[in-house]
Design a protein around this ligand. Sequence first.
Ligand SMILES: *Cc1c(COP(=O)(O)O)cnc(C)c1O
Length: 431
Amino acid sequence: MLYHSTNNSAHRVPLKEAILRSLPPDNGLYMPDTLPTLGADFWKIWRELSFQEIGYAVAEAFFGEDVPEDALSEIVDGTLEFDAPLVSLTPQDHILELFHGPTLAFKDFGARFMARLMAHLTKDEDRMLTVLVATSGDTGGAVASAFHKVPGTRVIILYPKGKVSGLQEKQLTALGGNISALEIDGTFDDCQRLVKSAFLDRELSESLNLTSANSINLSRLVPQSFYYIHSARQVEAEPVFVIPSGNFGNLTAGLLAHQLGLPVKKFVAATNINDVVPAYLKSGDYQPRPSQATISNAMDVGAPSNFARMKALFGDSWDAMRGKIEGYAFTDEQTRAAVREVKSTFDYNIDPHGAVGWLAAQAWREEHPGDTTITLETAHPSKFLDVMEQEIGAGIVDIPERLAILADKEKVALPMPADEKIFRDHLVSQA
Ligand SMILES: *Cc1c(COP(=O)(O)O)cnc(C)c1O
């Protein structure tokens, strides 16, 4: 299979380049030349299949031409070492819990698959693969955990000093081994700028064998389609999927699942006040802008990086896109009220990101009372303990063991000013 850039369908590269390079030189995003579908044989038996079997069928549809069967099933099995249970608040109102992985966010699915696929694609090279990742919170932890101890790889994480939560910081800085962290005296945007400068430096990028791990990488999206199919098979009606969104990787993965043949009535894009996509769906006018801070901070994105893929999937047609996707946006005040309401009505602890989704699901079903919604719960509520305790009280949200033990681990990070030259010198010293 070849992959082309959303900016230029004539720029085509093989799988290895699309995954390791992550971003085409023209700043588009890689898409498969032909979008795969799963055949009638699959859709005859899909409700009977296990999560792993679904994962394997999807991975094969995308990567089967390029990755041998045994390697691919190892990658899928290694990714899916935990479940994604569906919890029913009412017979029509379902929550898909995507936080049962090692770092308690849905990003574990994509990061674990990507790490294993990259290790496979580079297994015959004697050069170390260096993964650079800038993070404002969840991505860095998921990537660090996914690549930890993967032979032939190392990860360098850049995070903004004082701007990630204490436990998030430990997820980035306490693993050791092939994972190292740079604590940048600046903002998340500074971290991203430093990472970009390293990629633009061709010589440096070649000599260090650099690759990127953010959600523009296609290999993070494909495994996220697994759980759309896995959850849809557990409800009878054609579901409406509600996706709390920031960079829209998760929603794009849902579109890929639909493209594979999964019946989906509608996708609902749920955002906080960073509502660039819901506003576009209403007006047809796409206006990216600087992000604003909210309590659902993993969705504080003003220029969603997967928007180009969404547009490409609908042939650049606004009408086609809004035929399949509806958008809703909510304020922090509404989100806090939803956290309280879900607790008092259903005795369920929903985190602020999931709460934005739950609000959108209610809004949708108000207009379409017969519909069944599946809302993606993207993180465990203990990751946002401050907000949870403010709304539902202290000592109510359990902190899972794998998060709790981090509190006593030692933070190891190299402090660094947000300076391209100093960053470059550091990378060279690591070559
Ligand atoms: C990353 C993240 C999101 C946003 O996902 P996108 O794929 O970027 O839209 C939502 N919730 C949580 C908890 C996240 O970590």
